[in-house]
Every structure is written in structure tokens, then in C-alpha cells.
Ligand binder design. Structure first.
Ligand code: SF4
Length: 278
């Protein structure tokens, strides 16, 4: 059952804010798929981001994610119940406010999460509206729900930030508790349609830094001409406080951040395999 009423204010803030229990009547995330997208559940939005695509961007963090990554920085986006229910018109109106500045700074809109494809109709409507404002659009996704990203959906997306969390199915399951296969299928599909992609790889010492794992991702991606960048994102502990607050067991409490030497070594492996990596 969805919450009644017109929807709340779109919450400004950002990825490091903690959001919890804001929509207790929201449906369970597991199996949820919206049909009209008139309303959606949102963690927050951030302005001025240079991390989530080209130029300066507004990044919208939507709620709901089927993965359970050990290193998740935003476990407060896993459940729709933790987000704020807002009307799509309100998101679009807020975006319209920023649109002239975003266009001037060669930026646009990125939808991240959580997993944007949980609320596929809602995010499709926002992407389509962004496009009609002349904004560049980017979808940040794990690809796990790739079957929901129809060709029509992808027409409203200029760039996919594809998080490949491991190249080995067993490691992927250990990291995310889910199967790698849909992500690989999505990568192949995006390559076949020549959709621009930046692959993102979160580097966690002792978890995702095995040379064989990295080589698997590199070899998959290197021949894909649509992949413009592989971005190696060093693991950090900035999300640890959220796990604690939510009462979740955090397995990486003792994991050190990825050192500059490790990052350089991994970047070297990607580059040696023929990827543009940074
Ligand atoms: S896909 Fe992203 S939001 Fe979902 S659990 Fe993994 S890191 Fe967290």
C-alpha cells in the first residue's frame, strides 16, 4: 500500500545524510515495481556534484535496492520505507529550477540510489523530463534489474554508470548477495546498442582487489568501445555510521581504505588490458 496524500517536499541533502523510517506505509522493496511513476520514494538530492557524470550535476538518490553490498555507503537507501514519498511533478519542478545552470556547466541529471530501476516508471518520467529540458542524463545502476530497463527507458538515458562489483560470480555473490549474470547481460546489451558507459569498480582491500577478479572485469570491458571510462573508486568508511545507526552488522569495520599504491596498481591492470581507467 502506498502512502495517501500529495507527497512531501523533495528532500535536499546528499549521499552522506542518514534517512530512516520516513515512509512507514511504503511497500516492501523486494518485488516492487511502480507502474505509473506519479510518486516515488527519494533519499535526497545533491547539487554541484562532479562525481556522477560529466560536468556539474544534480544527483537524485532514490530509495530501494535489491543488493546488499558489504561496502554499501548508503544502506539507508535499501528500503522504500526509509525514503520520502514525493510527487514526480515536484522533482521535475525542482530540476527545472537548476536546469539553466546545469546546461551552462555542461552537466545534467544523474539518478543514483539505491537502485534507480526499482522505481522504473518514476525514474523514467524524471529522465524524460530532464531530456526535454535539454539536460544530459545519467543512470547509476548495478544492472541487476536490467530487464526493467527497456529500450524505451534507455532512450532517455545518455550515459550509464554501470557498477560492476566483481568479475567473478562467487566474489560478486559474496560482495552483494546476488548474482552477477544480469549485470554482465546488461553490459553486453549496452555494448550492442553503443550506449556510452562508465564502468565503476569499488576497490576494497581484501575483498575486491584480487588480481584475477580485476582481470576478469578488465577483459570483459576492454573490447567494449562504448565504455568510455573505468573508474576505480577506493573504498572508504564514510558510510560506516549508517550501518551502526540502522543496527546492521557491518563486516568491513576493520577494513582499511584502499591505499594510493593499491589504486595505482589496479588502474595499471585495467590500462594494461586496454581500458581507459582513472
Ligand atoms: S547497489 Fe549501491 S545502494 Fe545497493 S547495496 Fe550496493 S552499494 Fe548499496
Amino acid at each position: 500500500m502506498t502512502s495517501p496524500g500529495p507527497g512531501a517536499e523533495l528532500p535536499e541533502g546528499g549521499r552522506h545524510d542518514l534517512r530512516h523510517g520516513l515512509s512507514p506505509d511504503a511497500p516492501e522493496t523486494e518485488g516492487y515495481s511502480d507502474s505509473e511513476g506519479a510518486f516515488g520514494y527519494v533519499h535526497s538530492y545533491e547539487t554541484g556534484s562532479r562525481l556522477d557524470g560529466p560536468g556539474v550535476r544534480v544527483t537524485l538518490f532514490v530509495s530501494g535496492c535489491p543488493l546488499r553490498c558489504q561496502y554499501c555507503h548508503n544502506p539507508d537507501t535499501w528500503h522504500l520505507k526509509d525514503g520520502t514519498r514525493v510527487a514526480v511533478e515536484q522533482v521535475v519542478a525542482r530540476l527545472g529550477h537548476f536546469a539553466p545552470a546545469l546546461r551552462a556547466m555542461n552537466g545534467g541529471l544523474t539518478i543514483s540510489g539505491g537502485e534507480a530501476l526499482v522505481q522504473v516508471a518514476f525514474t523514467h518520467r524524471i529522465f524524460a523530463a530532464a531530456r526535454s529540458m535539454g539536460l544530459h542524463t545519467a543512470l547509476d545502476t548495478s544492472g541487476y534489474l536490467e530487464a526493467r530497463a527497456t529500450d524505451d527507458y534507455l532512450k532517455s538515458v545518455d550515459l550509464v554508470l554501470l557498477d560492476i562489483k566483481a568479475g567473478d560470480p562467487e566474489t560478486y555473490r559474496r560482495v552483494t548477495q546476488r548474482d552477477l549474470e544480469p549485470t554482465l547481460r546488461f553490459a553486453e546489451r549496452l555494448a550492442a546498442m553503443d550506449k556510452p558507459v562508465w564502468v565503476r569498480y569499488v576497490l576494497v582491500p581484501g575483498l575486491t582487489d584480487a588480481p584475477a577478479d580485476i582481470d576478469r572485469v578488465a577483459k570483459l570491458v576492454a573490447p567494449m568501445r562504448n565504455v568510455e571510462w573505468v573508474e576505480v573508486l577506493p573504498f572508504h568508511q564514510l558510510g560506516a555510521f549508517k550501518w551502526k545507526h540502522l543496527g546492521l552488522a557491518y563486516a568491513l569495520g576493520d577494513s582499511p581504505p584502499a591505499s594510493p599504491e593499491l589504486v595505482a596498481r589496479v588502474l595499471g591492470r585495467f590500462r594494461d588490458t586496454g581500458c581507459n581507467a582513472r
